[in-house]
Design a protein around this ligand. Structure first.
Ligand SMILES: [Zn+2]
Length: 327
């Protein structure tokens, strides 16, 4: 190293060898000023795929927004100070929360089934990325055979239309009958439900002739069946997926936060339309997940939004999946 360096110093005075030696000098002389690589800002992974029996499950991060919170978005029925302290105890900010959005795609080998469509154009650039990220996941919009709408909230139906046309041109659609009837009732077009009901009119109603309206326990395609998850909205459905004895739950918005919803399932959540039914549903489904030790994806769980639910002394705990679905 020493002799090489002294050779370089001599050759520095003349010709191309001097240029070739520059990177070496940069490494050797501390404090030498050379151009740094530009900083590119935060980056996080946004496409994930795992195997479930003969099926493949892909999760795609549609994006995330950050708002004030957690109180009163979470723990509306609790003192603000108690919610803030609980957030900090769990390594979370007591003044800001992030809400992320993760549509799920199940390829059964025969059909490609998309669960929820993300936010669409309304929340760009922060979210509404499903349409762009599909390509990263190796899919084209026309590959999608079935679109399942778990419930009618904007972050789930906003991406169904792109420039007034269906994002998935060849798909048929599935939605809970109770959910569709609730959002399309004329009374919803006024009062607190007005904005969402209008979005349902532009994004969901035009697809009605390609739509199947189902009840809990109905089968979407072989291996995928609806589960009653009423409460967050009047007719939200979760979906049970099974292939070759491997089971998985797509729980939509049964939980909205991986700490608050699991560790404090009784805390009221602003997004839950019927607080008591949503709480009862949350406990029933979390208990089933913990008892059966099922992997689960939740639309608002931290990406890749797949994990397990562990029962604790007085509630539940989210256990983020690692390699379990890759063995
Ligand atoms: Zn949601």
């Amino acid at each position: 190293m020493t002799s090489e360096f002294s050779l370089s110093r001599r050759e520095l005075l003349t010709g191309a060898a001097a240029l070739a030696a520059l990177p070496l000098l940069g490494a050797v002389l501390p404090g030498a000023a050379f151009a740094a690589a530009p900083q590119l800002g935060p980056m996080r992974s946004s496409v994930y795929r795992a195997k479930l029996g003969q099926f493949e499950v892909t999760t795609i991060l549609d994006g995330a927004i950050q708002v004030d919170g957690p109180h009163p978005v979470y723990g509306q029925n609790q003192p603000a100070e108690a919610v803030k302290a609980f957030a900090e105890q769990n390594f979370l900010s007591s003044s800001k929360i992030e809400n992320s959005f993760t549509p799920v795609i199940v390829n059964t080998g025969k059909e490609v089934v998309v669960f929820d469509s993300g936010n669409g154009a309304a929340r760009r650039p922060y979210a509404g990325k499903l349409a762009i990220k599909l390509g990263e996941a190796g899919l084209k919009p026309e590959d999608v055979d079935v679109v399942v709408i778990t419930h009618g909230h904007p972050d789930h139906i906003g991406g169904l239309m792109e420039d007034g046309k269906p994002l998935f041109p060849k798909a048929r659609y599935v939605i809970g009958e109770t959910e569709y009837n609730f959002w399309t009732h004329k009374d919803r077009l006024a009062g607190p439900t007005e904005a969402i009901a209008k979005l349902v009119q532009t994004n969901v109603v035009p697809l009605a002739d390609k739509m199947t309206f189902i009840k809990p326990d109905a089968e979407v395609v072989p291996g995928i069946r609806a589960v009653n998850a009423f409460g967050h909205t009047p007719g939200m459905l979760a979906y049970h997926v099974e292939s070759d004895g491997k089971r998985f739950l797509i729980m939509a918005d049964v939980t909205n936060h991986y700490v608050m919803s699991l560790m404090k399932p009784d805390w009221h959540v602003r997004f839950d339309m019927d607080k008591d039914t949503a709480t009862a549903t949350r406990k029933r489904i979390l208990d089933m997940l913990a008892t059966d030790r099922l992997p689960v994806t939740g639309y608002h769980m931290p990406f890749p939004s797949i994990g397990f639910v562990e029962k604790t002394a007085d509630a539940y705990r989210w256990v983020q999946a690692s390699y379990q679905l890759h063995l």
